[in-house]
Design a protein around this ligand. Sequence first.
Ligand SMILES: Nc1nc2c(c(=O)[nH]1)N[C@H]1C(S)=C(S)[C@@H](COP(=O)(O)O)O[C@H]1N2
Ligand SMILES: [Mo]
Length: 199
Amino acid sequence: MAIISRGFHGRRPAPGRNLPPGQYEVHDFPVLSAGPTPRVTHDEWEFTLTTETGARSTWDWAGLMALPGETPTVDLHCVTKWSKFGTRWEGVSLDTLLADVETAADFALVHSYGGYTTDLPLADLLDGQAWIAHRYDGEELAPEHGGPARLLVPHLYLWKSAKWVRGIELLLDDEPGFWEGLGYHSYGDPWREQRYQGD
Ligand SMILES: Nc1nc2c(c(=O)[nH]1)N[C@H]1C(S)=C(S)[C@@H](COP(=O)(O)O)O[C@H]1N2
Ligand SMILES: [Mo]
């Protein structure tokens, strides 16, 4: 019998025409927000990484723009069952932001302007899997989709891609975010249909 550990994830399909179980394709870009859209200007915007020892690194908008950018094209999968193929983004890889951060943490709690939070293993933010995205389809990211900037972590259900991101807290122990505390799955792999706790 094969033993598959909790952290194991097999090869995922490359972006394309692959629908995870239970999903259907959409061509528009639905807006799903648990509250009002925070209005944050580029001048006000700050992003802070905090480690388990309390060490902080902060980037303002100019600091973010000065970092090397990437242009991922990815498929999005929302837990409410819509998927959108081939979305084009521009942003800064979390590998870049975390490059000089010393940490022994295994988990990350992502914080948004407006109070939304979501948690995930730190490993899922690394190795080209996650970005702080600030442009979508050749334009500045619209406020309703998370502008000025959102987390983009497309290999997990889209509730992990926190809009209006303001910081990431690195933690030794997992702490549930907003939806995770309301019964959604702590990991949220669309290919294993991990929608709710116990899936
Ligand atoms: N800050 C914040 N981020 C959020 C949410 C939210 O309510 N607040 N909703 C999540 C959910 S459930 C989904 S499906 C996606 C929706 O992103 P979209 O509105 O750009 O489609 O954002 C995620 N990120
Ligand atoms: Mo969602």
